[in-house]
Design a protein around this ligand. Structure first.
Ligand SMILES: *[C@@H]1O[C@H](CO)[C@@H](O)[C@H](O)[C@H]1NC(C)=O
Ligand SMILES: *[C@@H]1O[C@H](CO)[C@@H](O)[C@H](O)[C@H]1NC(C)=O
Ligand SMILES: *[C@@H]1O[C@H](CO)[C@@H](O)[C@H](O)[C@H]1NC(C)=O
Ligand SMILES: *[C@@H]1O[C@H](CO)[C@@H](O)[C@H](O)[C@H]1NC(C)=O
Ligand SMILES: *[C@@H]1O[C@H](CO)[C@@H](O)[C@H](O)[C@H]1NC(C)=O
Length: 396
């Protein structure tokens, strides 16, 4: 159909330009008008048929929705003049001239190719240097790298998340502030958040193009035997588009929940070990469960992909996971789900030694170095983040 319309348009066009009869100017005008009508009609018809069409070099998905065909044509036409290939937009990011809240609009309909790390300041412990470098080794210049210090997060809160400020202020443990900080960074900018102790092994671009949000999960042994669940979002590594519905929901629902459950327990708010409950994985999973179970009136989390645990967290926390798994598998089989029992058998066959990493499955390895849990470090051999890899900045 589209091809036929284009053919008709061409015929009109050639008639307009090559007519040997008089009044050429009037003919030209008339045929130009017809040509214009043809083009609009062609776009209208083609927009209704295909779910994917190319704009520039970027694959743009128009979901089959109830919006009229005309509306969709207008959206496509509107996007086109602004479209630049990723490389040009990455150059803009590196140049530091983009506002943080505008980063998402440079990468429409995908998770922006930006890695975010957070830390108290520019100093990075030696054991993290290689891990930071691993990201650039794998992803090269197809990503931008951003590093957020406490002062940047404070500015982000002051300028864009004022209502969260008083609650954030009550958190005394650094890890708790970091937990909330990473949520607002991804909500505001979009991209990939990673802890400093994650080693990247493989290109993660397909996740960013395919999903609007991806959460890594804790190692399978943690999920099954420590938390006694079958799935568990981890906040050590996750990727989302800016203003994703799940983040929107969590950031709105967390303050009143925190106020009623935790804000009075002032001693607890300085205890890093309590972070998992208050600001970390268990808090996230509490809200995630609400939106997975609820009937839409309660919470809308949007689309959210849970990565397989082995994709980003293939190794357990050697501090305690082995003993817990051993203990659970020997004493509590009766109350376990079939998948949990099956995994016990696998572990038993390996004498409860850590499973080897399967590089066909694993994209990155979270190493559980727990550096945020300690208060004092020696930075003798430390380097600044900007000396480890080239960093980009956006305007907060
Ligand atoms: C689209 O149509 C479906 C049913 O055809 C309806 O349930 C839904 O509310 C509509 N969405 C919008 C945005 O109009
Ligand atoms: C950043 O980009 C802007 C606009 O393209 C340009 O005017 C400016 O000189 C660039 N700055 C740097 C530091 O490259
Ligand atoms: C990663 O994968 C994406 C999408 O397949 C590709 O465009 C990009 O060049 C890859 N990056 C590297 C550094 O190989
Ligand atoms: C919706 O949720 C309420 C409570 O959250 C529950 O009582 C009700 O049965 C649910 N309705 C459906 C259709 O699931
Ligand atoms: C990984 O993939 C390669 C090639 O498909 C295969 O030969 C190899 O056995 C796989 N390794 C594992 C551990 O599955």
């Amino acid at each position: 159909m589209t091809a036929k319309m284009m053919l008709v348009c061409r015929v009109f066009q050639s008639m307009g330009f090559y007519s040997k009869h008089g009044k050429l100017t009037r003919l030209l005008f008339r045929f130009s008008l017809l040509l214009l009508i043809c083009i609009v009609a062609t776009m209208w018809l083609s927009s209704g048929r295909k779910s994917a069409s190319y704009i520039g070099q970027h694959l743009f998905w128009t979901r089959s929705s109830n919006s009229s065909k005309l509306e969709r044509v207008l959206t496509m036409v509107k996007l086109q003049p602004d479209y630049k290939p990723d490389a040009a937009n990455l150059a803009l990011l590196r140049n530091g001239s983009v506002r943080c809240r505008d980063v998402q609009s440079l990468f429409p309909n995908r998770i922006p190719p930006v890695i975010h790390w957070t830390n108290a300041d520019q100093r990075v412990l030696k054991k993290h240097h290689k891990m930071l470098r691993s990201w650039r080794k794998v992803l090269g210049d197809s990503f931008a790298y951003m590093y957020w210090e406490d002062k940047d997060i404070n500015k982000l809160l002051d300028l864009h998340y004022q209502s969260l400020r008083p609650f954030y202020q009550k958190l005394k443990a650094g890890i708790m502030r970091s937990d909330i900080g990473r949520l607002i960074i991804l909500h505001h900018v979009g991209g990939v958040y990673s802890d400093l102790d994650v080693n990247l092994l493989r290109n993660i671009s397909s996740f960013l193009l395919q999903y609007s949000a991806v959460w890594s999960q804790e190692p399978i042994e943690h999920i099954y035997y420590m938390y006694k669940r079958t799935q568990l979002l981890s906040n050590a590594l996750f990727m989302t588009q800016a203003r994703h519905k799940f983040l929107e929901y969590v950031l709105n629902a967390w303050p009143p929940w925190f106020q009623s459950q935790w804000s009075k327990k002032t001693g607890t708010l300085g205890d890093p070990n309590k972070a998992i409950h208050i600001t970390g994985p268990l808090m996230l999973n509490y809200f995630f469960d609400k939106c997975s179970k609820s009937n839409s009136s309660q919470a809308d989390c949007g689309e959210l992909h849970l990565a397989d645990p082995d994709e980003f967290q293939p190794i357990w926390d050697s501090g305690y996971a082995q003993n817990i798994a051993k203990n659970q598998c020997s004493k509590h089989r009766k109350t376990m789900k079939p998948v949990q029992i099956k995994h016990c058998d696998l572990l038993a066959s390996r004498k409860f030694e850590m499973r080897p990493i399967n590089r066909n499955v694993t994209y990155g390895v979270h190493r559980f170095l727990h550096t945020s849990y300690r208060v004092k470090y020696s930075f003798d051999k430390s380097k600044l983040a900007k000396d480890i890899l080239p960093l980009s900045h956006c305007i907060i």
